[in-house]
Write a protein that binds this ligand. Structure first.
Ligand SMILES: [Zn+2]
Length: 141
């Protein structure tokens, strides 16, 4: 395991096939946040994963993140009219979906510890940057 605080990342209730997918997503998202903000977020964040969570969420002040593990598509906020979802990007696969959810919620965590207002502009920007880096969306879009 590359991350340090395994006790804060509880995966043991997940099916065996799913655990490595979540682990890889964690490593990718952690690296993304480290490159961008120079913070080792999983020293501070607790991650709760279950297949019954209906949506991803960051709990303000708790450092607690929940993921929606059933989701294999990506929902992005429309940047001009925040609060309204763009058309989903379907069938990206679970690993990309988990990574995107983590990058989104970890960005809220960064906003929280830096005492900034929660902004879906920043989370969306980071998700788009990640999706471009893996070629899911093209640069000129
Ligand atoms: Zn958000």
């Amino acid at each position: 395991m590359k991350y340090r605080s395994m006790e804060k990342i509880n995966l043991h209730k997940l099916p065996k096939w799913q655990q490595p997918i979540v682990e890889r997503s964690i490593i990718t998202a952690e690296q993304f946040i480290k490159d961008k903000y120079d913070i080792d977020c999983f020293d501070l964040v607790t991650l709760k994963c279950s297949n019954t969570c209906r949506f991803a969420k960051y709990m303000i002040g708790d450092g607690l993140i929940r993921l929606d593990l059933k989701r294999n598509y990506i929902k992005l906020y429309e940047r001009k009219t925040l609060g309204v979802y763009k058309a989903n990007i379907d069938n990206v696969g679970l690993e990309t979906s988990y990574t995107c959810q983590l990058i989104h919620e970890l960005t809220h965590f960064i906003q929280d510890i830096e005492d900034r207002c929660f902004s879906e502009v920043e989370t969306t920007k980071n998700e788009l940057q990640y999706l471009k880096s893996i070629g899911i969306i093209l640069d000129n879009k």
